[in-house]
Design a binder for this molecule. Structure first.
Ligand SMILES: [Zn+2]
Length: 114
């Protein structure tokens, strides 16, 4: 049997885009972040006070301004999670194994990711 090695692309750990899909990709000890996600993070930081004193300390406008960047981050992370599950399913990994890894039932994993 001959194993062919696929060229491995680096991916943003937040949105899942490859190094070919982004302008810049910054590496950390356990992952990568692209220029777009850095921009989203900066918007979150700009929208929140420097010293965080809880959501109750923020004005309505501050909270409203932080919603869209937060949603973008959640959606980016959700996209990465879905891609990882899709890859596992393409390899024939069971819903039971995926569910177990996530601490949810086989049925819950199937309902959430299929
Ligand atoms: Zn990204």
């Amino acid at each position: 049997m001959i194993l062919r090695r696929r060229p491995r692309r680096l991916r943003c750990s937040f949105c899942g885009k490859t190094d070919a899909q982004v302008t810049r990709l910054i590496g950390g000890s356990r992952g990568y972040i692209c220029d777009t996600c850095v921009g989203v993070c900066n918007k979150i930081l700009e929208a929140t006070p420097a010293s965080f004193e809880g959501w109750q300390s923020m004005s309505d406008d501050e909270l409203l301004n932080s919603l869209a960047p937060c949603l973008a981050t959640v959606e980016g992370t959700r996209h990465v999670l879905q891609e990882q599950v899709d890859t596992l399913r393409q390899r024939g990994v069971s819903w039971e194994a995926i569910g177990k890894s996530l601490g949810i039932s086989r049925q819950a994993a199937w309902e959430r990711f299929s």
